[in-house]
Design a binder for this molecule. Structure first.
Ligand SMILES: Cc1ncc(C[n+]2csc(CCOP(=O)(O)OP(=O)(O)O)c2C)c(N)n1
Ligand code: SF4
Ligand SMILES: [Mg+2]
Length: 298
C-alpha cells in the first residue's frame, strides 16, 4: 500500500482501508460512488470478512468496482446482479456476497431479479445507488428520476402523466417477507456518512448471522449528468430527492424482536390468521343476527 508511514513520534489518525485496492477511483468529481465504496470496504475490513467476500459489480458507472474492491469480484450483465449474487451465495453459503447496483440496473432492467431475490429471502446484501439517472450512458431518465427532472430523454422534465411515478425501492421491498433489513441513507455530510456506514455494516452483520436479505439504498449525486457542480448537486439532492425518498429504516426484523425472516414471517402469518378468523366470526355473527331479525318479523 502506498502512502506515508508514520514515524515513532507521529500518530496515524486516518488510514486507507485494506478493503480498497491502490487503484485511484475513476469517478467524476463530486460523484458519491467513491464514498459508498469506502464505507462498504471499511465494513468488510472491520468484520474481517474481506478474504471470504464476493462482490457483484453491475453495469453502470460502478462497472469499474471490480478494480477498486479488495475482495473477489464478479461482473454481472446489466440488471442481473441479484441473480448472479443468488447463485454465488447458494454455492458458497458461508461467504459474504453483495451486489452493488445503480438505479437503472436495479430498478429498471433488473426489477424482476431484484424483487424475487428479496422475496426469496436470499442471504445477500444489496447496495443500491439511487442517483435518479442513468449515469454511465449519458444521463437518460431512470425509474427513480424525479417528477419534472430534466434528463437527456426527458428534455421537458419527467412528465408524470406520461412517464409514471418514480419507484420507492426500499419501501416496496420492505413489504416482502424475505427482507430482514431495508434502510435508506445518504452520504452528503459527515453525520449522514456515519449513519450510512452503520447501516452498511449492520447489513453485512445480518448476512453473516443469516438473518435474511438486506438492502441499503444510498441517495447519491451525479453532478456530470445533472449539469451541476458537486455542491449544487448535493443541494439539489437534499431539496428534490429527500422529500420524495425519506431517509430511514423501512424494515429491521431484529429491531422488531425476531431472530430472522422465518420467525418474522411466521409471526405475521399468525397475526393475519387470527385477524381473518375474527373477521369471519364477525361476518357469521352479522349473518346470524340478520336471520334472527328476519325470523322475528315473520
Ligand atoms: C442489456 C443492456 N441494456 C442496456 C445497456 C446500457 N446501459 C449501460 S449502463 C446503463 C444504465 C446505468 O445506470 P445506473 O444503473 O443508474 O448506474 P449509474 O451509471 O447511474 O451509476 C445502461 C442502460 C447495457 N449495457 N446492457
Ligand atoms: S457520470 Fe455520474 S454516476 Fe457516473 S461517475 Fe460521473 S458523476 Fe458518478
Ligand atoms: Mg443511476
Amino acid at each position: 500500500m502506498t502512502g506515508h508511514t508514520p514515524s515513532a513520534n507521529e500518530k496515524a489518525i486516518f488510514t486507507r482501508t485494506k478493503g480498497l485496492t491502490d487503484t485511484a477511483f475513476t469517478y467524476c468529481a463530486g460523484c458519491m460512488h467513491g464514498i459508498v465504496h469506502r464505507l462498504v470496504a471499511e465494513s468488510l475490513e472491520e468484520l474481517d470478512v474481506l478474504g471470504k467476500t464476493i462482490g457483484i459489480a453491475p453495469v453502470g458507472c460502478s462497472v469499474t468496482a471490480t478494480n477498486f474492491f479488495n475482495c473477489d469480484m464478479l461482473q454481472a450483465s446489466h440488471g442481473r446482479a441479484a441473480a448472479a449474487a443468488t447463485g454465488v451465495k447458494r454455492v458458497n453459503p458461508d461467504n459474504i456476497v453483495f451486489s452493488y447496483q445503480g438505479d437503472g440496473d436495479l430498478a429498471a432492467i433488473g426489477t424482476a431479479e431484484s424483487v424475487h431475490a428479496a422475496a426469496r429471502g436470499e442471504h445477500i446484501t444489496v447496495i443500491f445507488i439511487n442517483n435518479a439517472i442513468y449515469g454511465m450512458t449519458g444521463g437518460q431518465m431512470a425509474p427513480t428520476t424525479m417528477p419534472g427532472q430534466i434528463t437527456q430523454t426527458s428534455p421537458y422534465g419527467r412528465i408524470i402523466a406520461q412517464d409514471g411515478y418514480p419507484l420507492r425501492v426500499v419501501e416496496m421491498l420492505a413489504t416482502l417477507d424475505g427482507v430482514a433489513y431495508a434502510e435508506r441513507v445518504t452520504v452528503d455530510t459527515p453525520k449522514n456518512i456515519r449513519t450510512a456506514k452503520r447501516a452498511i455494516r449492520k447489513a453485512f452483520e445480518y448476512q453473516r448471522d443469516k438473518v435474511g436479505y438486506t438492502i441499503i439504498e444510498v441517495l447519491c449525486t451525479c453532478p456530470t449528468n445533472w449539469g451541476l457542480n458537486p455542491l449544487e448537486s448535493a443541494d439539489w439532492m437534499r431539496e428534490n430527492m429527500f422529500p420524495y425518498y425519506p431517509l430511514g429504516v423501512y424494515r429491521d426484523v431484529k429491531a422488531e424482536g425476531y431472530a430472522n425472516i422465518v420467525d418474522a414471517a411466521a409471526a405475521l402469518l399468525e397475526e393475519q390468521t387470527a385477524a381473518e378468523a375474527e373477521r369471519q366470526a364477525a361476518e357469521a355473527a352479522k349473518e346470524a343476527a340478520k336471520v334472527a331479525a328476519k325470523g322475528g318479523g315473520e
